[in-house]
Design a protein around this ligand. Structure first.
Ligand code: SF4
Length: 484
């Protein structure tokens, strides 16, 4: 902080010398304190988006981002707490950070995100693996916490907020491709799924002012981005009530998710719009019709089911049952026939019977998922399930059931991709394929990754790709004609 004040004093002196009026405007790249920060992000897209907010706050303090941890004065890890394994990964990383710190005593190590929120100051007292602990709603306090830690104090702020959306902070993009970007539209979650820590680590739901979201999308498009993903724990419950423009007049407006989707789609037809994560209980036909209405809103929905059994869904407190979920899948198939659907599935939840497990497998057949994120149940301390149910499934049963779900999904993914052979899809070129420098990869509207020869095209172009072959993970093809 002192460097900043010295800098302003120097600037005042320079300005006076030049006789200019004393209005000190600082842009984020102007003030440098020659300090570097290194950041690693784990977990969901929300965490990656938050790391871009953190990068913006730090760059305003004059910090520069470094990809090399040995050059860093400040090392940050943005953490996930959704499963025990996620926290074990973080502890391993922290141990290696501390080994590096032994060679660089002034280095500060900070933990951000859900694990920081869940464990709070215990991380300082018991584990002594970090110098500062900052929860998802407290990133604005980072500069002050860094100052405290530089002073030798152990700094922590894990206060959750009912207002904070960081809407006024323009993220510093950490992505490498400059084509696809995340836009966080809301924070927190008001659902109380019994297995989930998110309501405890990210607090109550609050939606961001839609005008700031549209402005961010416009800014990204002007900077060459061609796809945005609107992020929220449960985007379908996005609800903004407040001052806003209605026919250019300031008025009380109410904006729901379907209306927000439309506003972002209208930014530019060349800007693709995706969103994550939907909730079966809240996804409306209005949202589905909005997706069907705009070509640039992608025909892809991530609709976590978690279990296919109504009795298990009840223990999970998911607030919908098997028939409701099937009804939502039917609505998607009816209103957006070519829509891709993916899901989240938990195997071996508390008291899960073999019959309930079979319900999950048959639901997968019904929904015909293109792919899914599949895990066995990991009890999280403090959750409703941990307080109410015994984690009574043996590891063997959990692993066997998960293996059956994974096999089922691989079969469904392969069948879905084989059905695409002979079709032509519009693809946004995102990057060079990992497999070959001669090939590009990009996704179609259904969020399937497609690989094809580079030709004379460039990253950010839209091209039409004819699908020639497929495996369970990717499609391969050739460009038949360039659209734009
Ligand atoms: S909807 Fe349920 S699973 Fe998703 S973040 Fe909220 S509480 Fe967790």
């Amino acid at each position: 902080m002192n460097e900043l004040l010295d800098y302003i004093e120097q600037k005042k002196h320079d300005e006076t010398r030049q006789g200019e009026p004393l209005n000190i405007a600082l842009n984020e790249t102007e003030f440098k304190n020659n300090k570097h920060f290194y950041i690693e992000s784990y977990g969901c897209a929300m965490n990656f988006s938050d790391s871009e907010i953190v990068a913006s706050i730090l760059s305003k303090q004059g910090y520069s981002l470094t990809p090399n941890i040995f050059d860093a004065d400040l090392v940050l890890i943005n953490t996930c707490s959704i499963r025990e394994k996620a926290e074990q990964t973080v502890r391993q990383r922290l141990r290696s950070f501390n080994e590096i710190k032994e060679q660089k005593p002034g280095m500060l190590i900070g933990m951000l995100g859900c694990m920081a929120e869940r464990l709070k100051s215990n991380l300082l007292e018991e584990e002594k693996l970090v110098d500062l602990v900052v929860g998802p709603d407290a990133y604005r306090s980072l500069p002050a916490l860094i100052q405290e830690a530089e002073g030798g104090d152990r700094a922590v702020n894990v206060l959750l907020s009912r207002e904070e959306t960081y809407a006024d902070i323009s993220p510093v993009r950490l992505d490498k491709n400059g084509i696809t970007a995340f836009i966080s539209i809301m924070r927190g979650c008001d659902n109380m799924c019994s297995f989930c820590v998110v309501p405890f680590t990210r607090g109550r739901e609050r939606s961001r002012n839609p005008e700031t979201i549209v402005e961010e999308a416009k800014d990204l498009f002007e900077k060459g981005y061609r796809e945005v993903t609107l992020l929220g724990q449960n985007v379908d419950s996005f609800k903004w009530k407040g001052e806003g423009k209605n026919d250019d007049k300031q008025a009380e407006v109410l904006v729901n998710f379907a209306q927000l989707l439309e506003k972002v789609a209208l930014v530019n037809p060349l800007l693709r719009v995706r969103f994550s994560t939907s909730h079966p209980k809240d996804i409306t036909d209005e949202v589905l019709h909005t997706i069907a209405k705009y070509n640039n809103i992608c025909s892809y929905i991530h609709l976590p089911v978690q279990s296919g059994s109504s009795s298990c869904l009840e223990r999970m407190n998911r607030t919908y049952d098997r028939d409701w979920y099937k009804n939502r899948v039917d609505a998607i198939r009816r209103i957006i026939p070519d829509c891709g659907i993916s899901s989240d599935i938990i195997a071996g939840f508390c008291e899960e019977t073999e019959e309930e497990h079979q319900d999950t497998l048959s639901m997968m057949d019904y929904a015909q998922y293109d792919y899914s994120y599949m895990f066995f149940y990991s009890e999280r301390p403090g959750t409703l399930a941990a307080r109410k149910y015994k984690d009574d499934m043996s590891l063997d049963i959990k692993k066997r059931r998960l293996a059956e779900i994974v096999d089922k999904q691989y079969q469904l993914s392969l069948e879905s991709n084989l059905r695409d052979i002979g079709k032509t899809y519009e693809v946004l070129i995102e990057k060079i394929s990992k497999k070959s420098e001669e090939e590009y990869c990009g996704r179609n509207s259904q969020n399937k990754m497609i690989i094809f020869p580079k030709g004379n095209y460039k990253i950010g172009d839209y091209v039409q790709v004819y699908i020639e072959s497929a495996n369970k993970a990717t499609l391969k093809g050739r460009v038949v004609n360039e659209i734009i």
